[in-house]
Design a protein around this ligand. Sequence first.
Ligand code: DGL
Length: 264
Amino acid sequence: METDRPLLVFDSGVGGLSVLDALRRRLPMAPIVYVADSGGFPYGTKTEIEIAARVPALLGRLVERYRPRLVVIACNTASTIALATVRSALDLPIVGTVPAIKPAALASVTRAIGVLGTNATVRQPYVDRLAAEFAADCLVVRHGSARLVELAEAALRGDPGELADYRAVMDGLFGQPGGDRIDTVALACTHFPLVADRLAAASPHPVRFVDGAAGIARRVAHLTDGQPWPDSRPEGVAVFTSDVDVATLRPALATRHLSRIERL
Ligand code: DGL
């Protein structure tokens, strides 16, 4: 394994940065290629067919171009729909992001958990299976929000948004039958941990938020155990698949050592 072969972290937008943050804590010297499929954003309002056609093809091109040692699909929507297809098409380790229903159920005292994701994610049979396997004795309340993805994208560009907008999203979750009993919420979209403070402020009662980022970082560390890394942290690359206004994003990218911007 060559030292400079990167980890490729993939999302539709800036959400995967929440996963990258956890990866950086575990593997600070890892060369990073962060890909935001801005040309396909948002995924959460697309059909299964659209995601299943787009993501494996795009990842194929990216793997050819950047020759990563491993790919992290830092997107619940893409993972719950296309993970199996991507794995069978590409000959390298692929780590997916799936809704953190298991940790949420383990943490819940009231046995009522929320799953906050995109519209596409919360309707997936993959989520039904996770709920049946790990949260069979819990009330599982799901809510999909495209608005919250937009709010998180804006937040990373320096716009904190209105708390009323966040409250409206949270009402969609907690306003459902049994919602008042929820004590733990799985943030099942990688955009949402980026605005966890706002979500906490907008919740009608105190709740615990869980997500999969630390588990993904652990998994990547395990899969790359024994491989060489550069001696000093290399500057990473941020790749977009369409023309985007990079100026407002630069600070969020720079704090994550993503100083080179490329266009696929
Ligand atoms: N960040 C993505 C996820 O984890 C999806 C956001 C979107 O494009 O709708 O599901």
